[in-house]
Design a protein around this ligand. Structure first.
Ligand SMILES: C[S@@+](CC[C@H](N)C(=O)[O-])C[C@H]1O[C@@H](n2cnc3c(N)ncnc32)[C@H](O)[C@@H]1O
Length: 259
């Protein structure tokens, strides 16, 4: 599994936390007994759950020990556990299951999410956000560079984030799995990114997420050539404004399912 770098991911902590705050705000007001944050990363979303539900027992699960270390430092009163969220059994015993920007890494996320909601107790809630930006230039151009003859043979078999369906598809999936109420929506944020010295702000963004598995698979020289090819394309697709800032539209899909 590719490595996660908490400090690269945290470079855009503000814009990355906004969708999580929007998700957590839509969780119904009720007394839950225990919550789990699947793919909790550095624990920022677990922290939002702590703010919203101060007395709740909180567990975060992630497959990156570097991210979990950062989470333990950020939120010492929660429990953080190393695990693979591909196993829906990890959600057993929790009546609030939350996941922000994690399930799009899993090829089979629809089946796992369906199994999680099917296994919730009566009154339980599953709240999920996933980026749906795979058709935007940021992700299309990344795929274009991966397919260049210089890189394709080196990157064969390397997988990154997966395509995410429309909000209505997940709403249908949740109802089919036994949810009695579903709140599903899509938001297109326009992130205003500060200039990135000697780089491009959108490159710095994807470097912390979708680009990681590719960089991990390349040696230093190939990675530098890869970054240069991607940056050249991004500069045309996302030109800097006169003050150097870059506007980065980003779509995300959300759903909150109640059993
Ligand atoms: C984009 S980060 C989001 C972190 C956090 N939820 C947030 O919103 O700040 C994605 C996280 O999902 C985790 N992840 C990806 N695939 C996973 C898997 N199969 N099992 C557990 N964690 C996984 C990564 O390690 C990473 O910390």
């Amino acid at each position: 599994m590719a490595s996660w770098d908490p400090s690269q991911y945290a470079k855009f902590a503000g814009p990355r936390l906004r969708p999580a705050a929007d998700l957590v705000a839509r969780i119904p007001d009720r007394r839950f007994s225990a919550a789990v944050d699947l793919g909790c990363g550095g624990g920022q979303v677990t922290g939002l759950l702590r703010d919203r539900f101060p007395d709740l027992r909180l567990t975060g699960i992630d497959s990156s020990s570097a991210m979990l270390k950062a989470a333990e430092r950020a939120l010492p009163d929660a429990r953080f556990v190393l695990g693979d969220i591909a196993d829906p059994a990890l959600a057993a015993g929790f009546d609030l299951v939350v996941s922000n920007a994690a399930f799009h890494w899993l090829a089979d996320h629809r089946r796992i999410l369906r199994d999680i909601v099917a296994g919730l107790p009566e009154g339980g809630v599953l709240a999920v956000q996933m980026p749906q930006n795979h058709a935007a230039p940021s992700h299309r151009l990344l795929a274009e560079v991966v397919a260049l003859p210089d890189f394709a043979p080196l990157l064969a078999g390397v997988s990154s984030i997966r395509a995410v369906d429309d909000a209505a598809d997940y709403a249908g999936l949740m109802f089919d799995a036994g949810a009695r109420a579903v709140d599903a929506w899509t938001t297109a944020y326009v992130h205003v990114l500060a200039p990135a010295p000697d780089s491009h702000p959108v490159l710095e963004w994807t470097k912390g997420t979708a680009m990681r598995p590719y960089l991990d698979a390349l040696d230093e020289a190939a990675a530098a050539a890869f970054l240069a090819a991607y940056r050249e394309r991004l500069e045309m697709a996302y030109p800097a404004r006169p003050d150097g800032r870059v506007l980065f539209p980003f779509r995300r899909v959300f759903f909150v399912a109640e059993k």
